[in-house]
Write a protein that binds this ligand. Structure first.
Ligand SMILES: Nc1ncnc2c1ncn2[C@@H]1O[C@H](COP(=O)(O)OP(=O)(O)OP(=O)(O)O)[C@@H](O)[C@H]1O
Ligand SMILES: [Mg+2]
Length: 355
């Protein structure tokens, strides 16, 4: 499949129109237009800041709301790759993926324009500015789990070319007005020039989501996303952060915490206290078991995202039973490659020290 370097795939594209599909306008924005939409990137419009730059809320002349990601300093060398990659990502369409509306590349400025998500990120509801409002009941949480899994399935299995997300985490799961999940920043790491290390963004809050082999070798694969998705599931039902500080010297990962409670048969203690006991026990059990199967250290032992969706959807008692009997829930489980694990832990700790 070849990709155009110019924007020839506008919504007015006759083929797409003929299919009768409603298309968002995907186009190049001028810097002037985005400056005016965001009140000149006013501090009051700022939604937040990530490893790649700041995100601003904005309103276009037609009244539609947008989120504009303003990338940090850019190198001219990467100019071509940027527009090509953004156009590829812009063509990925799925109800659970955050839609790119276009971009702006003028002078040193590189901006990406997205749909604005009024309920912000899953992170903000679990641990951030919205957490005290307790807006995520059990039904919404299950819908977010399924939706984000389906978005990632689309990236891994149905988009051309296939896309590895590389940064699945709760701040990259955005929520629309009905609390449906829209996975954001897919393929984003690819947009960043080689020389601009994006280790900073990992270190900034993604550390607890990294599969050990990715942390060690830096090789992204679909199964790294599966690992991160497992962490996200535990966070969603347990309301804990991927790594919690117990005191000034001790840290505990969400996997260690949940696995111990599963081994002790204390599923109820995993449920987020903000749910006030209102959840479906069997569903909680299923999600936790699926999450732990996803976060196994050996990538080849993890399920694919397609299998994850099947497991999450399935309400067959046999499937749940086979999950429960999985080797990782046996007290006497073998740790397959202790060297790999301790090496990974050392690397993670050394990266953490740099923060
Ligand atoms: N389309 C959007 N609508 C609403 N809020 C958004 C949108 N895009 C991003 N945000 C919010 O803006 C903030 C910054 O996002 P950004 O993607 O830059 O950082 P991040 O997700 O924390 O880290 P990373 O750089 O690794 O993706 C986050 O809180 C995010 O939830
Ligand atoms: Mg993000």
């Amino acid at each position: 499949m070849s990709f155009c370097t110019n924007l020839i795939c506008y919504p007015k594209n006759s083929k797409r129109k003929a299919k009768g599909k409603k298309q968002q306008s995907w186009r190049i924005y001028s810097l002037k237009e985005l400056q005016s939409a965001t009140n000149n990137f006013n501090y009051d419009n700022k939604l937040g800041e990530g490893g790649f730059g700041s995100v601003y809320w904005g309103q276009l002349w037609d009244g539609s709301q947008i989120a504009v990601k303003r990338l940090k300093v850019w190198s001219d060398k990467a100019e071509m790759e940027f527009s090509v990659e953004v156009e590829i990502l812009g063509r990925v369409r799925h109800k659970n993926l955050l839609q790119l509306r276009g971009y702006c590349a003028e002078g040193q400025e590189r901006l990406i324009v997205y749909d604005y998500m009024p309920n912000l990120s899953l992170f903000s509801h679990l641990h951030g500015q919205h957490s005290s409002e307790c807006l995520l009941d059990w039904e919404r949480r299950m819908n977010i789990a399924m939706g984000s899994a389906e978005g990632i399935v689309y990236l891994h299995h149905h988009s051309t070319p296939h896309i590895i997300h590389r940064d699945v985490k709760s701040s990259n799961v955005l929520l629309d007005s009905d609390f449906n999940a829209h996975v954001a920043d897919f393929g984003f790491a690819k947009l960043i020039p080689e020389e601009q290390t994006h280790v900073t963004t990992r270190v900034k809050g993604t550390l607890g989501y990294l599969a050990p082999e990715y942390a060690m070798l830096g090789q992204a694969s679909e199964s790294c996303d599966v690992y991160s998705f497992g962490i996200l599931l535990l966070e969603l039902v347990g309301g804990k952060k991927p790594v919690e500080k117990l005191d000034s010297t001790t840290k505990r990962t969400i996997v260690d915490w949940a696995l111990q409670l599963v081994l002790d048969g204390k599923f109820d203690e995993i449920a987020d206290s903000k749910l006030c006991g209102k959840y479906v026990k069997e569903e909680l059990k299923k999600v936790v078991l699926v999450a732990l199967v996803c976060t196994q250290n050996q990538p080849k032992k993890r399920p694919s995202m397609l299998e994850v969706v099947e497991l999450l959807k399935g309400d067959s008692k046999e499937k749940l039973l086979s999950l429960e009997n999985h080797e990782i829930f046996m007290e006497t489980q073998d740790i397959e490659d202790p060297n790999l694990i301790s090496e990974a832990k050392e690397i993670l700790e050394s990266v953490e020290r740099e923060v």
